[in-house]
Structures are given as structure tokens and as C-alpha cells.
Design a protein around this ligand. Structure first.
Ligand code: HEM
Length: 412
């Protein structure tokens, strides 16, 4: 059976200017042709409809997340053959694994994400938001991305994990370098070398902390990861370190980009900012709406472990599937006026945190950070002005991330 395609090589370019800088237009064009399309250029299926994206996330039985076997494995091994140590750590990330390893590691980490532990971060987050904004109260322009959006989550996740303050600046730099490898911002040797060095440094920092948590556990994520599960089995030291690094990375890159994308959304819909200012309680639904409207992850990959019919398309074993969350979140079949930012939208069952067994574990923490940040910014500033003349996004298929975001906040 022949696959359904766009018959347009230009439209198949998932890294072209249209896809990278105008995803709402681009994914809508694909969805109109068919919500599930074969992309000969990427050699995989591109899914842009809400229903198939969500059901794809739920179908972990047939759609694998494993990056180290199947088609992704071969690609990764070729691209990163020079960085075996990095690969060794990445291959332990539970987000890139299927059960049973995934189930075991997730259950261990999950222990630390109890509501009490999250809620405990609230006053700290409130304090950080105020401190980070203070230098810009006078309306001078600054890079929101590096000065605010990056710093807040990286401090929060380091503290949540239980990594000390002294290492914060290092963690920040390494996490940036690791991000370049994980979110595939190019595969050049220089980046890979830096990613590898970052992982080595992060591992060296964490190893003694992990060893001390194994001996005397505290109430933090590293301790949770270090303890035996109910069968008395413990993750290896390297597995603990790898998954702590996953958390550092997952905890900041996404939240940072969400904050930045949210600022751009409010800049483009100033009436919604006024509405939030008048009703600070809307910070919660506003957070869900920016997750939907311009969430930090565009799309996530899976591959088929067996051949099956997927919403009318025949997917063959071994084929790759790209679940495009941005496509799902702007699907008119799931959301009324999907291209309009509406901070009162409710319910808002967006795809930004995924679905099924891999659903974002850090969602409550991310929500807390963004709700507190939005609430405070709205209480202080009458308007937000984006001063970067032309916004440019990093050319990756996975993340929706700005290269920079110069802003000016106008106080009351
Ligand atoms: C706005 C911010 C965030 C977004 C949009 C986001 C989104 C996601 C998504 C879509 C997944 C599913 C991946 C998949 O199915 O392949 C995921 C998984 C994950 N996220 Fe987040 N995330 C955010 C923040 C965070 C934070 C703050 C943390 C940690 C503190 C975190 C930790 C994780 C972990 C550990 C997983 C793996 C879960 C698993 O595989 O079972 N995330 N995230």
C-alpha cells in the first residue's frame, strides 16, 4: 500500500523557515492534507491531528520511546559514535526507555514529586521571581530568556534535586551544553564534545552527593532515586546520575521556553494581558493556555514495534512516528478558535505534557513556576514590549525555542 504524502518536497521540510518560524501555519497545512502523513524526507510519519497525537502517546505498547534500538538507535549511534560516555548516560534516561526499566525508574522518581514537596517550593519560587525581576523594574530592555526564563527553573530544579547552591552556575552551563545535544540543535563535533564534557562534569558533581544520599537519605529527588524499590532493587550509581541529569535538563529547558513563548503570546494579545492584570486568579488557566498556544515542545518521536492500522494509515514495524504536539494543540477539531490566545479557556486538554506512561512527571512543578511568574509579572507591569526586531527560533524538530528575547517591562 502506498503511503499518503504531501507530494511537495518543500512542504516536507520539517526544518524549513515555514516549519520553524510559522509552525501554526505549517502544521495546519499538513493536517489539512491528512493528520497522519508519510514524510519521505524525514522517512517517518508526521502526525498533526489532536486525536491521533494523543492516542499515539497512549499507545506505548506499539509505539516505542526507546532511542537506543530501532531506527533512532541506528541514527544516534552513527551521529554520536565519538562520544561513547555521553551515549552511555543518555541510554539510561528513563524518558527514552520502554517498560520495564521505564516503570522502575519512574516509580522511584515519582516518590519525590508528591504534592507536599512541590508546594514546599512555592515561597522560594515567589522570592526568586521577585529577585530576578527587580533589576528591570525601571523599564530597561533585557534578554528575558537568559536573565529570567533560564535562571528561574535552573535554580528551582537544582534545589528540588538537592544539588547545593555552590554548583548552581556550573549546573547552568552544563545543562545548556547538554541541551544542545539532547534537543538536537545540530550534530557538530564541537557541540558533542561540549555535551560530553558537561555530562562528565555533572556526573563528577553528583557522584559524591548520590553516594551520601544512598547512605543517609534526605527528603529530595536524589534521595528518592537512590533508594531501593519495593523489591529491594536499586538503580546503579550511573543510572541514578543519568536520571538526575535528565531532571536537571527536563526541568529547565522546557520551562524556560514556555516562559519566553508565553511572553511573546501576551505581547501579541495585549488584551489578554489586561485581562490577567484585572483577574490575577486567571494565572492558572493562563498557564494552561500558553502551554497549548505555544508550548515549549513541538513534537516527540516514537517508532512502531509492530505493523498496525493507525487511524486509517498502515504503519509498518520499524517506522518512525512524529507526534506533533503543536499540531494537536491548534487542531480546530479539538479547540474552538485554536489560533486565538484565550486565558479563560477551560477545559484545556492540551498535548503539551504528553499522555500515557510518559506523561510529564514535572508538570506540577512547571505549572507552579509559571503560575507564580505570570501572576507576579501581571501584578507589576502594565505592558510587556518585545524589542527583538525579528524573533528567530532554533531550527529543531523537537523544541520550540527562541534564540533570544529582548523585552522591556512597563511598570504601573
Ligand atoms: C513547561 C514545562 C514542561 C513541559 C512542556 C514538559 C513536557 C514533557 C513531555 C511532553 C513529556 C513526555 C515525553 C514523552 O512522552 O516522550 C515529559 C516528560 C518528562 N518530564 Fe517534563 N515538561 C516540562 C517540565 C518539566 C519539569 C519542570 C520537570 C522536572 C522537574 C520535568 C520532568 C520530566 C520527566 C522526568 C519526564 C519523563 C517522564 C517519563 O518518561 O515517564 N518536566 N515532559
Amino acid at each position: 500500500m502506498s503511503h499518503v504524502t504531501t507530494h511537495d518536497p518543500e512542504l516536507d521540510n520539517l526544518l524549513g523557515d515555514e516549519a520553524i518560524n510559522h509552525p501554526e501555519r505549517y502544521y495546519a497545512r499538513l493536517r489539512k492534507i491528512n493528520p497522519i502523513l508519510w514524510n519521505p524526507r524525514w522517512k517517518g510519519w508526521v502526525v498533526t491531528g489532536y486525536e491521533p497525537v494523543m492516542s499515539g502517546f497512549r499507545d506505548a505498547e506499539r509505539l516505542s520511546s526507546d532511542r537506543f534500538s530501532g531506527p533512532f538507535g541506528a541514527e544516534l549511534r552513527n551521529a554520536q559514535s565519538s562520544s561513547q560516555q555521553l551515549l552511555g548516560f543518555l541510554s539510561k534516561f528513563f524518558v527514552w526507555k520502554d517498560p520495564p526499566y521505564h516503570t522502575r525508574a519512574r516509580a522511584l522518581v515519582n516518590r519525590a514529586f508528591v504534592p507536599r514537596n512541590i508546594e514546599r517550593m512555592r515561597p522560594r519560587i515567589q522570592g526568586l521571581v521577585r529577585d530576578l525581576v527587580k533589576p528591570y523594574m525601571d523599564g530597561q530592555p533585557f534578554d528575558f530568556l537568559s536573565q529570567f526564563a533560564f535562571t528561574l527553573p535552573v535554580i528551582v530544579i537544582s534545589e528540588f534535586l538537592g544539588v547545593g547552591d555552590e554548583a548552581r552556575e556550573d549546573v547552568r552551563a552544563w545543562s545548556e551544553d547538554l541541551g544542545a545535544v539532547i534537543f538536537v540543535r545540530g550534530h557538530d563535533d564541537e557541540k558533542l564534545k561540549r555535551g560530553e564534557a558537561a555530562m562528565r562534569n555533572l556526573a563528577a558533581l553528583m557522584r559524591p552527593i548520590v553516594q551520601s544520599r544512598i547512605e543517609s537519605p534526605r527528603d529530595d529527588v536524589l534521595s528518592a532515586l537512590s533508594q531501593p524499590d519495593e523489591n529491594g532493587e536499586r538503580l546503579s550509581e550511573d543510572e541514578i546520575i543519568a536520571n538526575a541529569a535528565l531532571m536537571v535538563f527536563a526541568g529547565h529547558e522546557t520551562t524556560m521556553n514556555l516562559l519566553a513563548n508565553g511572553i511573546v503570546a501576551f505581547h501579541n494579545f495585549p488584551k489578554q494581558w489586561e485581562l490577567l492584570r484585572a483577574n490575577p486568579d486567571l494565572a492558572r488557566t493562563a498557564t494552561e493556555e500558553i502551554l497549548r498556544f505555544d508550548g515549549p515542545i513541538r513534537a516527540l518521536g516514537r517508532w512502531a514495534k509492530e505493523s498496525f492500522d493507525f487511524h486509517g494509515q498502515q504503519i509498518e514495524a520499524g517506522e518512525r512516528v512524529l507526534l506533533v504536539q503543536h499540531g494537536a494543540n491548534r487542531d480546530p477539531a479539538a479547540f474552538k478558535d485554536p489560533d486565538t490566545l484565550d486565558i479563560t479557556r477551560w477545559p484545556n486538554r492540551h498535548a503539551a505534557f504528553g499522555q500515557g506512561i510518559h506523561t510529564c512527571l514535572g508538570a506540577p512543578l512547571a505549572r507552579l513556576e509559571v503560575v507564580e511568574a505570570l501572576g507576579y509579572l501581571a501584578s507589576q507591569f502594565r505592558s510587556i514590549e518585545v524589542t527583538t526586531p525579528k524573533l528567530e527560533y532554533n531550527p529543531t524538530m523537537v523544541s520550540r525555542s527562541l534564540k533570544e528575547l529582548q523585552v522591556r517591562f512597563h511598570a504601573q
